[in-house]
Design a protein around this ligand. Structure first.
Ligand SMILES: [Zn+2]
Length: 125
């Protein structure tokens, strides 16, 4: 990693930790964020398959806060920002089920754009 890449990594992981803390009132730890980001980079987003990078990754609750999910790493995952914005406050299982049903009815893209718009409007997550 060159020095620019390293600076970007340091900044991005710092802001991931800060944003999480602000949003959830819980400190997931800078060193741990850096370790987990390093592991996640280059892997595919579990929902759309896009390769995760410093620019596109987002930190997500597998079981959402609304559904009682906690802030520990066994309930956190990195997915792409796009899918994070679509998934909003859905937990993993119902989100996947919803996408599958929408797929069967040929309205997957429509559902995704509606969910994304709603989450942008209401700040759901
Ligand atoms: Zn994705």
């Amino acid at each position: 990693m060159n020095s620019n890449g390293n600076t970007k990594f340091l900044d991005r992981t710092r802001s991931l930790r800060g944003n999480f803390k602000r949003r959830n009132g819980h400190d997931i730890g800078l060193e741990r964020v850096r370790k987990e980001v390093t592991k996640a980079m280059g892997k595919p987003c579990r929902y759309c398959g896009v390769h995760l990078t410093l620019d596109n990754l987002g930190l997500d609750h597998v079981v959402s806060k609304e559904d009682g999910g906690n802030h520990t790493w066994d309930n956190l995952q990195f997915i792409c920002k796009q899918c994070n914005g679509t998934k909003g406050s859905f937990s993993h299982e119902p989100f996947v089920a919803l996408l599958e049903i929408a797929e069967q009815y040929g309205v997957r893209d429509k559902l995704i754009s509606r969910l994304r718009a709603a989450n942008l409007m209401f700040g759901g997550r």
